[in-house]
Ligand binder design. Structure first.
Ligand code: ADP
Length: 394
């Protein structure tokens, strides 16, 4: 079975084409700057890479060219070979707790929920409509970033604010990166060959979130109503005292959205280091002794450790901690610094085993009370798996 996984952004469209018989990637790529000057695409397949600038006015142009290229490059023989298309959808509010076949109702909900993901939900709709135009008869599946977190109880998802904000306006924690945390939970279960264990899943990339997972179900997660909450990130602050917003509005003559924009785009590693949002840059300068970069690195580590400590108590202990995403998979020093601070929980890692990037590895020692793994995440594959499962159960 061949499945395309799609992640549509406001001006981009990422795809992976899978052969689901062995879950191998046949081709993958990116269409970018859609609707902007200088648009083009990159397609990788069979060890080759095709890059081309081409006018992409709409997402439908990108999809049309993608499908033409798949045939031109002999990646597929005909469009009939595509059995399904899975879309990454960002916000399903509390209506969607699992993946669904995309119908008009799902599209209307994405529109209705767009206040909660103003950049992402409209982009997701564009991606869906583009495929509907070009492949009208192929089954499409929606995989929500929020779905995995729907198992949280009210004590996790409610904020201690007027209850009417929740009842009337849906103000609650929804959580994000759910597809990644679910992939990590299911891959860990396969590795350990058991279903019942206490897991802390650390998805730390440019964006980042940490989830507490008990027996495969999410019981809490660090992001909130929006992806601004939780741990410190590349450019996002994570949790801060909300009174900062009105204080800075007054001091800098800004409105609320401008300050929220500062918290989203000019905070986190970038804000504290005054240098870069990229962990590699921050670590390199920290090694040279730059004080702001040392502070940014150490605050980042502290914010991750704080959540791990909180979730350790919530889960009543922890069996496994997993690091994933850009920083989690690749940053040897950040994993080491975080794990050193987890010594009171009985965490011990082997520095030689930790000396890896991007491969499934157990980095804890035999004596460690907690197993610690690095597991590369694969949201695209999870989307393709859900698509197969919904096709088979139709
Ligand atoms: P996104 O949230 O955009 O999906 P990623 O998961 O791709 O982000 O993570 C990107 C981040 O991963 C980069 O900003 C960079 O800080 C970090 N990263 C990637 N490789 C390394 C590395 N070798 N060492 C440290 N950090 C890395």
């Amino acid at each position: 079975m061949k499945i395309i996984s799609i992640n549509a952004g406001s001006s981009s469209l990422k795809f992976s084409l899978f052969n689901m018989d062995d879950e191998s990637v046949i081709a993958s790529g990116l269409f970018e700057r859609i609707g902007i000057e200088g648009s083009g695409y990159t397609i990788k397949y069979n060890g080759e890479k095709v890059e081309q600038e081409v006018e992409l006015v709409t997402h439908a142009d990108a999809v049309r060219i993608l499908l033409e290229k798949l045939i031109d490059l002999n990646i597929i023989g005909s469009l009939e070979e595509i059995d399904g298309v899975g879309h990454r959808l960002v916000h399903g509010k509390d209506k969607y707790s699992s993946s669904v076949v995309i119908t008009d109702e799902v599209i209307a909900d994405l529109e209705n929920f767009k206040d909660f993901a103003p950049l992402h939900n409209p982009a997701n709709i564009l991606g869906i409509q583009a495929f509907r135009e070009v492949l009208p008869d192929v089954l499409m599946v929606g995989v929500f970033d929020t779905a995995f977190h729907q198992t949280m109880e009210a004590t996790s998802y409610l904020y201690p604010v007027p209850y009417s904000w929740y009842k009337d306006h849906g103000v609650r924690k929804y959580g994000f990166h759910g597809t990644s945390h679910r992939y990590i939970a299911s891959t860990t279960a396969k590795l350990l060959n058991k279903e019942n264990f206490r897991l802390i899943s650390c998805h730390i990339g440019n964006g980042g979130s940490i989830s507490a997972v008990l027996d495969g179900k999410c019981i809490d997660t660090s992001m909130g109503l929006t992806p601004l909450a939780g741990i410190m990130m590349g450019t996002r602050s994570g949790d801060v005292d909300p009174s900062i917003i009105t204080y800075v509005m007054e001091k800098e003559g800004k409105n609320a959205s401008e300050v929220i924009d500062d918290l989203n785009k000019r905070s986190g590693l970038l804000g504290l280091s005054e240098y870069s949002h990229d962990m590699r840059d921050v670590l390199a300068r920290a090694d040279e002794g730059d004080e702001n970069c040392i502070l940014a690195r150490d605050k980042y580590v502290r914010s991750i450790v704080n959540y791990i400590g909180q979730y350790y108590l919530l889960l009543g202990g922890v069996d496994v901690i997993v690091f994933t995403a850009g920083v989690g998979e690749n940053s040897i020093p950040i994993r080491q610094l975080v794990c050193e601070k987890l010594l009171p929980l009985g965490v011990k890692i082997d520095l030689d085993k930790n000396n890896i990037r991007g491969e499934i590895t157990k980095i804890s020692t035999a004596e460690s009370k907690v197993e610690v793994y690095v597991i590369p995440t694969d949201e695209e594959l999870m989307i393709a798996r859900d698509t197969v499962s919904l096709i088979e159960n139709r």
